[in-house]
Design a binder for this molecule. Sequence first.
Ligand SMILES: NC(=O)c1ccc[n+]([C@@H]2O[C@H](COP(=O)([O-])OP(=O)(O)OC[C@H]3O[C@@H](n4cnc5c(N)ncnc54)[C@H](OP(=O)(O)O)[C@@H]3O)[C@@H](O)[C@H]2O)c1
Length: 318
Amino acid sequence: MHAIAIAQPGGPEVLAWREVPDPEPAPGEVVVDVVAAGVNRADLLQRQGFYEPPPGASPYPGLECSGVISEVGEGVEGYKVGDEVCALLSGGAYAERVAVPWQQLMPVPEGVSLQDAAALPEVACTVWSNVFMLARLRRGETLLVHGGASGIGTMAIQLAKAFGSRVAVTAGSEEKLARCRELGADEGVNYRTDDFSQKIRADVILDIIGAKYLAGNIKALNTGGRLVVIGLQGGTRGELDVGALLRKRASVHGTTLRARPVDEKGVIVRGVVDNVWPLVSAGAIRPVIHSRIPLADAARAHEVLESGEHIGKILLVR
Ligand SMILES: NC(=O)c1ccc[n+]([C@@H]2O[C@H](COP(=O)([O-])OP(=O)(O)OC[C@H]3O[C@@H](n4cnc5c(N)ncnc54)[C@H](OP(=O)(O)O)[C@@H]3O)[C@@H](O)[C@H]2O)c1
């Protein structure tokens, strides 16, 4: 098969379309012939040499895909050759074929094309596991989503609105804020011109910035609030006012999805299929796709993501 290999750490130009060995399904795995792969910010870090795949994962980038099952290993439950699926991966989506533990497979939601389904697994699993399983966002509470126009943000807005919450967002332009409002956001702050912590109060914050926003996030939390940090675009070391945390009876969490064991990913995936897919099938949540770029041209997709011009997801297609 062919895959996008990372020749050495560096810019988008190090991504090379190469002939590589085909994956073999280990017990409990299937092989998926990839139709499309979602591009995630984590892929940029892996390309730059800052985010090694976890042990046992494919060396090729790509944390999600859609496609058709072409081989089934021993002990796989509920899937067969020919099934159309999408999948949460630990790596390897930037390839013609990828081996996947069956617990990380999902059916394609009704009403979504096989290609578009590649835009859903990573954002749906990240938002479901952090905002709902961990932070337990409730109906009527306010969720603040930093980077509302990101892949993650566009899913978080739609899902929180579908579950009856208020949603506030930050974004870096008026155009992006307008798109967030179209997706359902009630309130938006342009972080380039305003300080969100002066304007927004929230019960749950989904944060992709880390250190730079830590103080502001604590300030913006309501009593009993839950801050979940999932990205570190603003650095890893900040100062935490523990007194404020105590007074607000608030909590701070940090998580990653990629390194979790298969069984934990399986629990999240089942939660998504049971709770998120029906909303997708009903049209309450749609994949937000900025552009589609041929898989062999992954370098261009990385340039677009790095430019920050996109709203929602970029797909690599075959
Ligand atoms: N921990 C996990 O398990 C996990 C899983 C998935 C994703 N993530 C993280 O989630 C983040 C989003 O991922 P993605 O793939 O959706 O990336 P993406 O589409 O490239 O989004 C990045 C976003 O960051 C926003 N941003 C940059 N500086 C900002 C600031 N100062 N304030 C507010 N927003 C700012 C950008 O908004 P503007 O363009 O408006 O500036 C952009 O929308 C990444 O940091 C990624 O690592 C974590």
